[in-house]
Write a protein that binds this ligand. Structure first.
Ligand code: KG4
Ligand code: ZN
Length: 338
């Protein structure tokens, strides 16, 4: 079974072809980063228009690169949410129309389920059950995963998502968009000089809150601005303090989730899982806990079509599919997914 995967939930147009037995055949990504960087963040209307321009040519290119024709495709998987409504509608309408024209099933995929299953594309995929930490621009979720579609929410962010905190903090430090990778690059040149808070780690529970950490960072930055000897080094030190605080907070909560569930496997996915310090901190924690850790390769941490094709393939194989409606749901709790 060949499945075409389509991802258009935010600022990347992702297309992939996944085969149920042979695995990933092809994937292509077009990033809109350059277009949005002029505005300091994602402009939803521009995102939708760019998906319209790029999606069909990318599908044609993916088929061509795979040596396949439309007649070889057995199903289409598309991101139906959560995400930007206009952007989701481009992928959903294109997927649904192509499936109708090619007389094959279409299945909607939850974007965070795509992230959660991304490590399954690697050579040594995790076995079920496991704990998943999903850290992206819009979500921070700790989930107990019993199998595909069996997700129990253990904890989530009560305010900013981890990626959002990176992006907003980067903006405050004048680093521009996309904030996460820029802040992370700057942090490499810094050393934390003051102790940043590890929010919500001194009380029980698995929820997160990053908004206070962001404010603490802003105050630290403003204080350093008053310093007549203020240098770029100060900024790097602040970035390093912020990043270390996020990495340690995530580690503390993941350790707690492993202990609480008694599970010994941790999956970490979503855009922020590309962050090297976070990867290192979680890897060290799991080693101490004698647990296994699984990450997607770097290019599948951030948004891509391959994870959507994989997730859709699993759902199509058990007979799931959508009717003829164009299904898009900008807000869609993962706990409502089966
Ligand atoms: O999963 P993703 O590509 O899109 C969403 O589903 O939101 O995640 C994007 C987020 C952005 O907030 C971006 O700044 C963050 O992931 N990100 C990073 C890094 N690379 C991407 N954050 C920290 N360090 C990175 N290296
Ligand atoms: Zn994402």
């Amino acid at each position: 079974m060949y499945v075409l995967g389509i991802e258009t939930s935010c600022d990347e147009t992702g297309v992939a072809i996944y085969h149920a037995k042979q695995g990933l055949i092809n994937h292509i990504l077009h990033s809109q980063v350059e277009m949005h960087s002029e505005y300091g963040g994602v402009v939803p209307e521009l995102a939708s228009r760019d998906h319209i321009r790029k999606l069909v040519p990318l599908i044609k290119q993916s088929l061509q690169e795979s040596g396949l024709s439309s007649a070889d495709i057995n199903g289409i998987a598309y991101t139906a949410g959560p995400g930007l409504m206009g952007a989701l509608l481009v992928g959903a309408a294109t997927a649904r129309s192509l499936a109708w024209a090619w007389d094959i099933p279409a299945v909607s995929v939850h974007h965070m389920e795509g992230h959660l299953l991304a490590p399954m594309l690697e050579e040594n995929p995790p076995a079920f059950p496991f704990v998943a930490l999903l850290i992206s621009g819009g979500h921070t979720l700790l989930v107990k995963v019993e199998g595909i579609g069996h997700y129990q929410l253990l904890g989530e962010s009560l305010d900013d998502a981890a990626g959002e905190a990176f992006d907003k903090t980067a903006k405050m430090l004048g680093l521009g968009y996309p904030g996460g990778p820029k802040l992370s690059a700057l942090a490499e040149h810094g050393t934390p000089q003051i102790k940043f808070p590890r929010p919500m780690t001194d009380r029980p529970g698995l929820d997160f809150s990053f908004s206070g950490l962001k404010t603490f960072t802003l105050n630290a930055f403003n204080a350093s601005e008053l310093d007549p000897n203020k240098t770029e080094q100060n900024k790097a030190n602040i970035a390093a303090g912020f990043q270390q605080a996020v990495a340690e907070t995530l580690s503390i909560k993941c350790k707690r989730a492993l202990q609480q569930t008694g599970l010994k496997r941790l999956v970490v996915a979503g855009g922020v899982s590309a962050n090297q310090q976070i990867r290192t901190s979680l890897t060290e924690m799991t080693a101490k806990e004698q647990a296994q850790i699984y990450f997607p390769r770097l290019e599948f941490c951030t948004d891509n079509g391959a994870m959507i094709a994989y997730a859709g393939c699993q759902r199509l194989m058990v007979g799931q599919q959508q009717g003829l409606e164009i299904f898009a749901r900008p807000r869609w709790p993962i706990s409502e997914l089966y």
